[in-house]
Design a protein around this ligand. Structure first.
Ligand code: C2E
Ligand code: CA
Ligand code: CA
Length: 464
């Protein structure tokens, strides 16, 4: 940057003072700045950790890549955000600094780069003995990172790259690629070798991420409605609001893809607020009592729930459109429960205003019934994979789980109901709400309103 500035000044001087041959001096000055930048990278250090920041490391990487093949070893702290909330921001920063000091001392031939969110990259022109580097760092990670007042126990995932990048884009996005590789390494509990498929995946994530930003900016996130059937009322009593994204360049993007990307990039909060605002606008035009519904269900991402002002923002939006917050049932997944304190604050505020909460996707991952019961959920939504497993005879626990929740006064919603047999059986188990293709797929607003007006509830033997 400094070098570019010097060259620009030199160019202006040459235009206005052509007789003085000063341009060469400016070239020299620019080269000197570049030289000192590489020899003294301290001025480009990441403030938090003392490692080279990934933003300033990109030109360094470009130079490295021009010289020939290079090696990169990426280290990502597992569950970084959870660790931050467990140890606190300050302790975590001290931990990151300790890791930087260790990496610099243990690998003096490498440039240590901090690539945000607990991710480090070691760069070197030499072909690295990766297994040795991995073993060494992994062994160090077994011990705590000690500070005067704290012992931080952290685990890490690893990814590696060896070669030369062909495209300019590959260099610009290299640190995004390492982030994707480290996510995969954490999911698979394995060391990931960065190769072409991963670069393609990361490039896709980046284009999706841009499409999300475009949609947020142009207010183009759409909402669909999937009807919810009340087994006691024997009619449609609500709907789950689901986000949809149609991008001019990429076309329709699957929700599971764009929601994951939005969660990783941090834009999920704005996206979630836009979805909520659109749901409020819908209710403003079609009040619940007019369309015969009790509530609308709305998804809150665990990332949104981490923000202690989430409930406040949602209440402001609802107030602005004069829609009572008690028109909503908010769906939260179990992973949000890790941010207990902030979640509790948010939950208290939403409940105080009359909203109810539902635990989404129960039965995926490691569900813990006793932990769930500590929170004020009115309702638990059984994930469709969990429901299906019962009908595939691979999981016999379903009736016992339903009974368990009901004995604590928690009602059950079953997702993924695709046929009458499923609905009949689950009614006998006492499920209160059904959602699934047997009733309807997620529908755009007009079709949903038409569905409510015209569809006779599927009154089968299970409702009589
Ligand atoms: P989810 O919250 O579990 O939503 C239910 C998903 O199951 C929807 O997928 C719905 O289309 C699908 N589904 C419902 N009934 C059936 C059925 O009978 N059979 C089958 N095969 N599928 C069924 P969709 O719309 O693709 O959404 C996927 C996920 O994306 C959602 O899962 C939710 O986690 C997330 N999502 C969607 N919209 C939002 C949003 O506005 N905010 C947040 N945070 N997440 C959202
Ligand atoms: Ca949901
Ligand atoms: Ca669900």
């Amino acid at each position: 940057m400094g070098a570019w500035l010097v060259l620009c000044v030199g160019y202006v001087v040459r235009m206005y003072a052509a007789p003085y041959l000063v341009m060469n001096s400016f070239y020299m000055l620019a080269i000197l700045i570049q030289y000192f930048a590489f020899q003294n990278p301290d001025i480009f250090l990441d403030r938090k950790t003392g490692a080279l920041s990934h933003l300033t490391a990109t030109p360094y990487l470009q130079e490295l890549n021009e010289r020939g093949p290079f090696s990169a070893f990426a280290i990502g702290i597992n569950d970084y955000t959870e660790s931050c909330s467990l140890y606190g921001e300050r302790q975590m920063t001290k931990g990151l600094r300790a890791i930087t000091r260790y990496l610099k001392a243990a690998f003096p031939d490498c440039q240590v780069i901090y690539a945000a969110m607990g991710r480090f990259v070691l760069l070197s022109t030499k072909e690295a003995p990766f297994s040795q580097v991995h073993e060494e760092i992994n062994a160090r990670m077994q011990a705590p990172w000690v500070d005067k007042h704290a012992h931080l126990y952290l685990t890490a995932s690893y990814a590696m790259f060896q070669g030369q990048l062909k495209r300019r884009e590959g260099i610009d996005l290299f640190f995004d690629y390492t982030a994707t590789a480290l996510h995969r390494a954490e999911e698979q509990h394995d060391v990931i070798v960065m190769e072409q498929s991963l670069f393609d995946q990361a490039r896709l994530n980046t284009t999706v991420w841009r499409a999300i930003d475009r949609a947020i900016e142009t207010n183009a996130v759409e909402i669909y409605f999937q009807p919810l059937y009340g087994t006691q009322q024997r009619r449609i009593i609500g709907a789950e609001v689901l986000a949809r994204l149609h991008d001019e360049e990429l076309g329709f993007i699957r929700p599971d893809i764009f929601i994951t990307v939005a969660e990783r990039s941090g834009s999920i909060t704005q996206l979630g607020e836009q979805v909520f605002e659109k749901a409020c606008l819908f209710l403003k035009e079609h009040p619940l009592e007019e369309i015969g519904l009790e509530r609308l269900n709305l998804n809150l991402s665990p990332i949104q729930c981490r923000d202690s002002h989430m409930a406040e923002h949602l209440c402001c939006i609802a107030q602005r459109h004069k829609v009572p917050i008690h028109s909503f049932r908010f769906e939260i997944t179990e992973s949000a429960l890790s941010y207990e304190q902030r979640l509790q604050q948010n939950m208290d505020m939403l409940i105080a205003q009359g909203a109810v909460l539902s635990l989404d996707d129960f039965g995926t991952g490691y569900s813990n019934l006793m932990r769930v019961l500590k929170f004020p959920f009115e309702d638990v939504k059984l994930d469709m994979s969990f429901v299906r497993a019962y009908f595939d005879q691979t999981n016999k626990l379903l009736p016992a789980i339903i009974e368990g929740f009901q004995s604590f006064g928690v009602q059950i919603t079953a997702e993924g109901i695709e046929n009458k047999q499923m609905a009949d059986t689950l009614t006998t188990f006492g499920c209160r709400i059904f959602q699934g293709f047997y009733f309807a797929k997620p529908l755009p607003m007009d079709e949903f309103l038409h569905y409510l007006k015209t569809t006779k509830p599927k009154v089968g033997s299970y409702t009589d």
